[in-house]
Design a protein around this ligand. Sequence first.
Ligand code: HPA
Length: 232
Amino acid sequence: MTVHIGAKKDEIAKTVLMPGDPLRAKFIAEKYLKDFKQVTSVRGMLGFTGIYKGKEISVMGSGMGMPSMGIYSFELFTEYDVDNIIRVGSCGSFQEDVKVRDVVIAMGACTNSRYASQYDLPGTFCPTASYSLLSKAVSVAEKLDLPVKVGNILSSDIFYDDDPDSWKKWARMGVLAVEMEAAALYMNAAKLKKNALVILTVSDSLVSGELTTSEEREKTFTDMMEIALNLA
Ligand code: HPA
């Protein structure tokens, strides 16, 4: 057990899917996993381990934001010998052609956070996905005939930005969408020589102001989950 995870060492699989919401983790376990059991509930951050297509897989909430994702992914990688963490989350679109309900795979994650300052680098670090997980995700999506957009995203520390137009500068650099966790996950994976990937469904658009309804979110959520579960 660690400070923030109550599971025993052998109760977590080598591949962990991480939605932000712990109740979403419970829903994923109930909907997709066979013979699953709850392995942790410290601070209500539920985690489950079960079987998908004959392979053991875990699913656990990450919480919102880079500090929370930073804590859980670090403990999973270092204390539970997890090899692969796949975040399955939502994002807000920055681009006209990235529509609500689309699936975005984060090849890279820009950030406005100071998370990288801990490494004391003589420059700017570029947090990127694991190429093996990324290429596998793209081929799974092609095989299942699920369209995906692969590119750069922004991991922001700010949801309610004082400047409502600041996102447009990222948009001009081709950044596809915003969420709040990927860069911390990618940096932990880089530092610890592990694999990480972030798959997102577009829940809202900063371009059009459009929002998804809950049924629509459910449908695209299914597409994202099909891709993520087949990476175990
Ligand atoms: N901002 C940050 N995170 C998000 C958003 C957003 O608009 N939508 C979904 N996650």
